[in-house]
Unconditional design. Structure first.
Length: 166
């Protein structure tokens, strides 16, 4: 993942049974270019990954959340000035991690700014509803700054999965 798994997953432990980073059943990640077409790429990556994990039935909700998280990272977390050359572009990275009964979607971006400050209660506004949708379609979400050699933050969403006994 590029970060200490324990550090990245620490906020997920709040109010939940222990979540051992070493117990991840499956994980996948992809780097996304600093352009809006990356949202489509993120959806395609999510579709392929969920299909491999036999979680295609969760695609609609997960895809909506991934789209919102990636859009927010591209819109609010990247520098507003002219795009940098690809080798200097700040990385936006999508991580999908699956445990037996949980799926986590996490988007890493170079900004230290809180995503919460951009929310709005005005549902007729042109923007600002993304995190409301993330909150509505996931079982929980949060964010935290990165530590160590990477700078920026991770915004994550958690989905409870049905156990195979159900």
């Amino acid at each position: 993942m590029g970060t200490n798994g324990s550090t990245m997953l620490e906020p997920l432990r709040q109010g939940l049974p222990p979540l051992d980073p070493a117990a991840v059943c499956s994980a996948a990640s992809c780097a996304l270019p600093a352009r809006y077409e990356a949202v489509r790429d993120a959806r395609q990556f999510t579709r392929g990954t969920l299909d491999q994990w036999d979680l295609g039935d969760r695609f609609d909700d997960v895809c909506l959340v991934v789209s919102e998280l990636v859009t927010n990272a591209l819109r609010h977390a990247l520098p507003a000035h002219a795009p940098l050359p690809p080798e200097q572009s700040p990385a936006v990275r999508l991580h999908l991690m699956r445990w037996t009964e949980r799926l986590v979607c996490a988007v890493r971006d170079p900004s230290h700014d809180s995503p919460v400050a951009r929310t709005t209660d005005d549902f007729s506004a042109e923007s600002g509803r993304g995190l409301f949708l993330v909150d509505s379609f996931s079982d929980g979400w949060g964010w935290h700054p990165l530590t160590g050699t990477l700078s920026g933050k991770v915004v994550w969403a958690l989905f409870q999965l049905r156990s195979s006994a159900e």
